[in-house]
Design a protein around this ligand. Structure first.
Ligand code: SAM
Length: 231
């Protein structure tokens, strides 16, 4: 009887929806990613999970940790996400809005901790996503996780900047694909056709495989080159 109960319990727990961070850990492990970038790091909770639980060779962390990039008047189109008061983008992750001095402390503390606990396995580029991307070689990453500014224009720009960095066979993914973050849904749906994008609704994580994108592109080129069209 215990065995049956244990099996049932395992079945129930394995169907439990994954948190977003847990889902990313599973995604990295499933695709055996070794070189990963996290764009938008905050206090490093996901970074720590990835370094502890995945066989990473290297984790690139990208975040300016700059107050003005987390709290500003937004001119983004469309409905705004839950983290915003009307017209104001305020990313504070459910906490008090941090001062610049507190953000500086977060950076210093995290870098010291990662150097101590994972020597030689991390690089922290304290830069905005679009300034960091040109410093990274094309095709050099197995997975990039986009979790920076969740507004439509920013997500579009982050996808454009980081997709080339993903190696063939690698994965581009991002957080907060859900009704509270309409800009994420709009940007991801606009760039990636339904046949290519995958979304885990419980975790709110979207992801695409670079090979699938290339395949879809080739099919599209073939179709648009043929007057008959494709089925
Ligand atoms: C949602 S939080 C990231 C959460 C983190 N991935 C985690 O799982 O704990 C968003 C982060 O994006 C950062 N950010 C803001 N503007 C950015 C930019 N232009 N490029 C990269 N990161 C940015 C913020 O400083 C903030 O730490």
């Amino acid at each position: 009887m215990w065995t049956t109960l244990r099996t049932c319990f395992r079945g129930l727990t394995s169907r439990r929806p994954a948190t977003n961070r847990e889902f990313v850990v599973r995604l990295v492990r499933r695709h055996r990613c070794r070189r990963v970038a996290e764009v938008g790091v905050w206090k490093g909770d996901l970074s720590r999970m990835l370094l502890r639980r995945c066989a990473l060779e290297h984790l690139l962390l990208v975040d300016p940790l700059e107050r003005g990039r987390n709290l500003f008047v937004s001119h983004s189109r469309g409905p705004h996400p839950a983290m915003m008061e009307p017209g104001v983008y305020n990313c504070r992750m459910g906490e008090e809005t941090l001062t610049q001095a507190e953000l500086d402390d977060v950076y210093a503390g995290l870098v010291a901790e990662l150097d101590r606990d994972h020597p030689g396995r991390t690089t922290f580029l304290r830069l905005p996503s679009l300034d960091a991307a040109p410093l990274v070689a094309d095709g050099s990453l197995d997975l990039v996780f986009i979790d920076a500014v969740h507004l439509y224009e920013d997500v579009l720009a982050d996808i454009a900047a980081w997709l080339p960095k993903v190696a063939p066979g690698g994965v581009l993914a991002g957080d907060d694909y859900g009704p509270a973050f309409r800009g994420v849904i709009d940007a991801v749906d606009e760039v990636f056709p339904a046949e290519v994008r995958r979304v885990d609704p419980a975790a709110g994580v979207w992801h695409v495989r670079k090979n699938d994108i290339e395949g879809a592109k080739r099919r599209f080129m073939r179709c648009s080159g043929e007057s008959r069209g494709c089925s």
